[in-house]
Design a protein around this ligand. Structure first.
Ligand SMILES: *[C@@H]1O[C@H](CO)[C@@H](O)[C@H](O)[C@H]1NC(C)=O
Ligand SMILES: *[C@@H]1O[C@H](CO)[C@@H](O)[C@H](O)[C@H]1NC(C)=O
Ligand SMILES: *[C@@H]1O[C@H](CO)[C@@H](O)[C@H](O)[C@H]1NC(C)=O
Ligand SMILES: *[C@@H]1O[C@H](CO)[C@@H](O)[C@H](O)[C@H]1NC(C)=O
Ligand SMILES: *[C@@H]1O[C@H](CO)[C@@H](O)[C@H](O)[C@H]1NC(C)=O
Length: 460
């Protein structure tokens, strides 16, 4: 590259030389180095960020869930085949069982095909990414040749030194906690659909407890990131006095509870034990409707202590303000606790709201409080369940034994209500007794007639 520089001082020089025909002089500056290829660098940057967005932990969950689905269906098939073998009468019964088995086989084949497709996609992704990484490394090596001043090399050396220094420091200090993502910021767009179920399991006590709740702690304690929790209403289908913990989704499905139970009180029920199914675990504490009160209890799993939060006067409680559909109301669903990206919420109704849904945000702290409350115009008895996602309240209604509809939403940031959401959930059992959104993996966890089911939430 050539740089032409006009130096005005030269004019002075020519003047002193008294050469009248020349009134300016031109100096050529030749830069022997090649121009830095900025285009190339930004293309490398683009490709690297593309690479990053292609590989996410979600990809492995996809495979895991498919495997789980398969794992659960195979024993069922085996069972049905053995029933057929035992009871085949060569007539109508045999034909019917054969049909059932045929359907199951079709379903299993679909599952295997999907598994095959997914694993092939992953293999392709791995191959592509490896190639891309190699390419990027080569390109970076090329680019480094432009670093004639050795800036990058020295920076790298500095970084290495700094890292060693930090390591040295850290050896004398406790390991810092991982930084929490900023609270209250919702990273997702519009809620558009629900797919699945991706998990469907009777768990450790098949068919024993009709009512309960389960899920993942969105703000887990260190070391408990993959844990799942389960609360079953073990007394009269209404009360419970413990949380059961599982170290992973697989342990929950196969029914191996390694950490076991955390007991709230040895009696069930008693003051400040659990009443009703809609409980949540958040920040290593269980939030629920305290026994026989219009109060939210927070049970700290570490200290095993309970803090209480009084709801406003007029709050319906003790099975007086339940979720319902035309055929039945779900008993003791007065208070629905929910979690989302920003924390814990409670959904309930009051006399002064004429049975419409009311929503309050739990403000965390040593003595948690209800900071803000929103009043909606949807009648609680026309709703079967609610959950929160990204600061938006969603309500469901019963369509049939097979289908539930997310029909309503209330955006707490704008106050806008919508009655025409029209997202359908495919049910495995007729009634969803508790439903909660998990911001960790964008799943909806449902407890339905003793089954644990989860769905994937799709955002735009
Ligand atoms: C970036 O990726 C594109 C398409 O995959 C490729 O054509 C291009 O050569 C890559 N650029 C660099 C600098 O690796
Ligand atoms: C997986 O898919 C490939 C191509 O789509 C096919 O050749 C192969 O037979 C499949 N494997 C199974 C087990 O279905
Ligand atoms: C939502 O998902 C279901 C099942 O995966 C699908 O049938 C339906 O068309 C989807 N709806 C929309 C609006 O994308
Ligand atoms: C539980 O108690 C521990 C120890 O006092 C405290 O650090 C933690 O913040 C408490 N958790 C909640 C949710 O209050
Ligand atoms: C109550 O909520 C508002 C709005 O989200 C917030 O600005 C304020 O800090 C909260 N107050 C307390 C005591 O947390």
């Amino acid at each position: 590259m050539k740089l032409c520089v006009i130096i005005p001082l030269c004019a002075l020089f020519t003047l002193t030389q008294q050469v009248p025909s020349q009134d300016k002089c031109v100096c050529d500056l030749t830069n022997s180095a090649k121009a830095f290829p900025y285009d190339k660098l930004s293309s490398v940057e683009d490709n690297a960020s593309k690479c990053n967005s292609n590989i996410t932990p979600k990809k492995t969950l996809e495979l895991e869930s498919l495997m789980l689905g398969l794992e659960r269906r195979l024993p069922q098939l085996q069972e049905d085949v053995s029933v057929l073998e035992r009871e085949d009468d060569g007539e109508l019964y045999g034909v019917l069982s054969l049909l059932v088995i045929e359907n199951e086989l079709t379903e299993i084949k679909q599952l295997i095909d999907k598994l095959n497709m997914t694993s092939q996609r992953h293999q392709q992704l791995t191959t592509d990414t490896t190639e891309q990484l190699k390419e990027l490394r080569d390109k970076m090596a090329e680019l480094q040749e432009y670093d004639t001043m050795q800036v990058v090399k020295r920076q790298q050396a500095n970084q290495r030194l700094k890292r060693d220094l930090d390591q040295c420091k850290n050896e004398h200090q406790p390991i810092p906690h991982p930084t929490q993502p900023p609270q209250g910021i919702c990273p997702y767009g519009k809620f558009v659909n629900v797919t699945g179920p991706v998990v469907y399991t009777p768990g450790e006590y098949p068919g024993s407890y009709m009512y309960g709740a389960w899920g993942r702690d969105p703000k887990p304690a260190v070391g408990k990131e993959n844990w799942y929790w389960l609360v079953m209403l073990t007394s009269s289908n209404v009360y419970s006095n413990y949380v059961r913990l599982y170290s992973s989704l697989s342990s929950l499905i196969v029914g191996v509870s390694v950490p076991g139970n955390v007991l709230i009180h040895s009696s069930n029920p008693t003051t400040n034990t659990i009443q009703g199914p809609n409980v949540v675990l958040y920040g290593d504490a269980l939030y629920y409707n305290c026994y026989y009160k219009d109060i939210v209890c927070r049970f700290n799993l570490t200290t095993k202590t309970i803090t209480t939060m009084q709801l406003p006067e007029g709050t319906r409680f003790n099975s007086k303000g339940n979720f319902c559909h035309l055929d039945e109301c779900y008993p003791y669903t007065d208070l629905d606790l929910a979690t989302d990206e920003s924390g814990v919420w409670v959904i309930y109704t009051t006399t002064q709201d004429f049975g419409n849904l009311v929503l309050s945000k739990v403000e965390e702290g040593e003595q948690p409080t209800f900071n803000q409350t929103w009043h909606t115009s949807v009648y609680k008895q026309a709703v079967t369940n609610t959950f929160m996602a990204c600061g938006v309240l969603y309500a469901t209604r019963y369509i049939s034994k097979e289908v539930e509809e997310i029909f309503y939403s209330f955006d707490t940031s704008t106050g806008v209500e919508k009655f025409n959401i029209g997202i359908f959930i495919k049910k495995m059992s007729p009634n969803i007794y508790s439903l909660n959104y998990s911001p960790v993996d964008q799943m909806l966890h449902a407890y339905c007639n003793s089954f644990m089911v989860s769905y994937k939430v799709l955002f735009e």
